[in-house]
Design a protein around this ligand. Structure first.
Ligand code: 3PG
Ligand code: MG
Length: 399
């Protein structure tokens, strides 16, 4: 387990506490469409406020590329946050300069201010020291509660932690604890389930994980690339033909490491990729040349479920099929529901995260039943690749 300070190590009462949160939430027409990141940020904010801190929230929103862009203002998010907190949140129209200073100077103990989008300044993403100095001047203490931004070496996640007494917030702590239970010091056997469309985006994840886990379940579009690399005719399925060598290399590394690879042995196939398309279930030696594999079949579901019943730990990233479209959510749903059942029975520790994963688990009705679901997309993947996350490293160095 990584070593960093937590809120328990700091006296925040009466202090100006700068807290980096990830309020980069999905929005449509000015309304938050998924409040998960807000909901998960609230406990730390409440704790700090109750302890009498002057709470100064730092966040980015979207990718405005260093320009002021009113479409990416955090103002609507400040309203959603205030609603969830059930108390006012002051909004400052710039994170530095007069607006930032004035808003922070006016705070009483326990008050909360959200500063405007950090990425309106190009210096944020440049991890600029002078910009970090200006942010740091607004606080006495820095807390990073944005694990989902920890893969970015930005001024508000990296340079600032080198300028103030720093600690991890409760969400950061919980994310790192859950991930470490799943991969750093897990109970064996450990299974990793990696799905999604493209192997090219997950090469490093697969390469790292086969050395860490006992079983690697490969699903989604990228399973096709592996099947193709093994000489199986996958018909008209999505496949990265130029990744065949890379796939064979992963299989070789897995063999050396003693990691069992599980690929589907049957599939749900169709001639068109659309909701309600005519679909067949076939064995993998019987995919017709005009058919596409869009999901795993029932034999694969049974085999994966039986394997998970033998495992103690599961790390899940990515769907097993085209879960956005019925009936191709069948495999993802069935395996997720089995994992959720094992988790509820207490025989499996299940941790999931990254990109589409949360949406797939919500679709399966299982998001509440996993042991832990990460709020992170890219940071979760980089962590699975075994990379050092600059935001976490800066906290460790500060400790
Ligand atoms: C995310 O949504 O992945 C985080 O908020 C980081 O955003 P970014 O990918 O634009 O750096
Ligand atoms: Mg991202």
């Amino acid at each position: 387990m990584t070593q960093f300070k937590t809120i328990d190590d700091l006296d925040v009462s009466g202090k100006r506490v700068l807290i980096r949160v990830d309020l980069n939430v999905p929005m449509k027409d000015g309304h938050v469409t998924d409040s998960t990141r807000i909901d998960r940020a609230v406990p730390t904010l409440n704790e700090l406020s109750r302890a009498g801190a002057k709470v100064v929230i730092l966040s980015h929103f979207g990718r405005p590329k260093g320009q002021v862009n009113t479409d990416m203002s955090l103002w609507p998010v400040s309203q959603a946050l205030a609603n969830t907190l059930g108390r006012p949140v002051v909004f400052a129209e710039d994170c530095i300069g007069v607006a930032g200073k004035t808003a922070v100077a006016a705070l009483g103990d326990g008050d909360i201010v959200l500063l405007e989008n950090l990425r309106f300044h190009p210096e944020e993403e440049a991890n600029d020291g002078n910009f970090a100095d200006q942010l740091a001047a607004l606080g006495d203490i820095y807390i990073n509660d944005a694990f989902s931004c920890a893969h970015r070496a930005h001024a508000s996640t990296e340079a600032i932690a080198r300028r103030l007494p720093s600690a991890a917030g409760r969400l950061m702590q919980a994310e790192l604890e859950a991930l470490s239970k799943a991969l750093v010091a897990p109970e064996h056997p450990v299974a990793a389930l990696v799905g999604g469309a493209k192997i090219s985006s997950k090469m490093e994840v697969l390469g790292h994980l086969v050395k860490q886990v006992d079983v690697m379940i490969i699903g989604g579009g990228m399973a096709n690339t592996f099947l193709n690399a093994k000489g199986i005719d996958i018909g008209n399925s999505l496949c990265e033909h130029d990744m065949a060598d890379a796939a064979r290399e992963i299989l070789k590394q897995a063999e050396i490491a003693g990691c069992e690879i599980m690929l589907p042995n049957d599939a749900r196939v169709a001639r068109e990729f659309k909701a309600g398309a005519d679909c067949d279930t076939v064995k993998l030696d019987a995919v017709a040349s005009d058919q596409m594999i869009l999901d795993i079949g029932p034999d694969s579901v049974d085999a994966l479920s039986a394997k998970l019943s033998e495992c103690k730990t599961l790390l899940w990233n990515g769907p097993l099929g085209a879960f956005e479209i019925e009936p191709f959510d069948y495999g993802t749903n069935a395996v997720a529901q089995h994992a959720a059942r094992l988790t509820k029975e207490g025989s499996l520790l299940s941790v999931a995260g990254g990109g589409d994963t949360v949406a797939a688990l919500i679709n399966a009705g299982t998001d509440k039943d996993f042991t832990y679901i990460s709020t992170a997309g890219g940071a979760f993947l980089e962590w699975l690749e075994g990379k050092v996350l600059p935001g976490v490293k800066a906290l460790e160095d500060n400790a």
